[in-house]
Structure formats: C-alpha cells, structure tokens
Design a binder for this molecule. Structure first.
Ligand SMILES: CSCCC(=O)C(=O)COP(=O)(O)O
Ligand code: ZN
Length: 248
C-alpha cells in the first residue's frame, strides 16, 4: 500500500458531513472554547470516545484552527493508533484523557487552561485556606452546583456500596481535588489517576497553576460540567476578592 492510499483510507475515520462526528465536533468545540479563553496559546484540548475509537487532537497546535483531518484516532482496546496524521504528534494530554475513559467510563474529556481554574488553585494554595483545604476546592449552596454529577455519571441510580449517583443537590458540598503540576503534561498521569481513585464522586481534577480536566458520560455532559465548573471557579474567585467565604 502506498503512503497516499494509506492516508486516504484512514481519512474515512475523520471525514463526515455530520457536525456531531467526533472529528468535526472536536474542531468545533475547540473554536468555541478558544473564545472562552479555555484553549488559547495551544494549551488545553478535547478528546471524544466513540465506540471503540478515541479521537485526539494534535499536540502544540492552535486548537481553534484544527481541521477534522488533523485528528488522531486510537483503538481503545489495543491503544494502537488507527490514524496518525503525518508531521503532527498526538496531544500530550492523551494519557490523562485515557485515565478518564478507563477509570470512569467517560465518553468525553475536556482540558482547559481557564484562568479561573488556575486562580482557584492559587487561592486554595495560599495561606488563607486551612491546610486541609489546600488540596481540594469545596463549595456549597450555590445553584450551579446542581449542574455537576457525582463521578461524571449522570444516573439517578444508587451505585454499589450504597454510594449515591446522579447530580449534586443544592445542600451538597462539591469537592474537586487539586494535584501538583509537573514540568511535562504526560507526567501528570499517575497523580491524576490517584485523584480519580481517591475521589469517586468527582467529575474533574484541578491541576495547580495549570488548569482543569473535566469528563462526562458524553460530550454534552462533559461540556455542561466544564461550563458549570468554570462558573463556580469564577464565582469563588470573585467572592474571595469581596472577602466572602464560599464554604463554611
Ligand atoms: C502552552 S500549552 C502546554 C501543554 C499543555 O499544558 C496543554 O494542555 C496542551 O498540550 P497539547 O500537547 O495538547 O498541545
Ligand atoms: Zn494543559
């Protein structure tokens, strides 16, 4: 098989008229997220799981300019690439997206470099918080908390061991773990995985001085949770500036 025919064959994995096809959807979401400051300066990204296929963006590119044919496609079972665009490298976030798929059965994972996410990690890190509060962002009694599911599930059923599923209620406390940043994105994998295991109710992990990873059972849930979280991070930063406490 020639290189040219090989390329055309794998193009079938990313060419579709359906705007909700993962290759089109990732490009579209990144354009929208760029306007929110979530994926600027090549940072941040989105990945979608579609059946046995994982769709991943390239690394180090302007995320708002990506085309569907720029996407990498990985087989979920074998972790082998079914499609690798020439010249490009897969996102350095790939092992972190895979952690959300493997450990939470997520259908989509969003990584933002939102300044609100970064600021909330700085406020939690600062001496203003009790030592026990420095590695977690907790907030309660704000309506938008109801947009957050326990564990990124979305179901109203009760999980094994009696653990509640479904979305948080107004009087629940939302807790998002904060992990240390590393010099290289891919080296976050072990601590992110540990946080996912230690915080079964979380649908996100904040990375100190870096951003946030948010997942959901599908694109809609990952996106609305990323929006709700960004709202809550911004609100908490503004409350902090006003001297108001966001958890008692
Ligand atoms: C200025 S972005 C540094 C890398 C990073 O944190 C990130 O989220 C983007 O990684 P990618 O490999 O997807 O470009
Ligand atoms: Zn990043």
């Amino acid at each position: 098989m020639t290189e040219a025919s090989q390329h055309n064959e794998t193009d079938e994995l990313v060419r579709s008229d359906d705007p909700l096809h993962p290759a089109n959807h990732i490009s579209d979401l990144c354009r929208r997220f760029h306007t929110l400051g979530w994926v600027t300066g090549t940072g941040g990204g989105v990945s979608i799981r579609h059946g046995d296929h994982i769709y991943l963006a390239p690394s180090g590119v302007q995320k708002e300019m990506m085309q569907p044919t720029d996407m990498f496609v990985m087989d979920y079972e074998t972790k082998e690439y079914l499609r690798r665009p020439k010249v490009l490298k897969p996102s350095a976030c790939t092992p972190l997206f895979l952690a959300a798929y493997t450990h939470r059965n997520a259908g989509c994972c969003i990584h933002t470099h939102s300044q609100w996410a970064v600021l909330i990690t700085l406020i939690c890190e600062s001496g203003l918080q009790k030592p026990s509060e420095r590695n977690v962002f907790s907030i309660k009694e704000i309506e938008q908390i109801k947009g957050i599911s326990r564990g990124g599930s979305g179901s109203d059923e009760v999980a094994e061991g009696g653990r509640k599923l479904g979305n948080l209620g107004y009087h629940d406390t939302m807790m998002i773990p904060i992990i240390e940043n590393t010099a290289h994105e891919e080296d976050l994998k072990d601590t992110l995985q540990k946080a996912i295991e230690e915080w079964p109710e979380t649908c996100a992990v904040l990375v100190k001085r870096h951003g946030v990873y948010v997942w959901g059972k599908d694109v809609a849930q990952a996106k609305t949770q990323a929006e709700s979280l960004d709202y809550l991070f911004q609100l908490a930063v503004e409350m902090h500036k006003l001297g108001l406490k966001w958890v008692s």
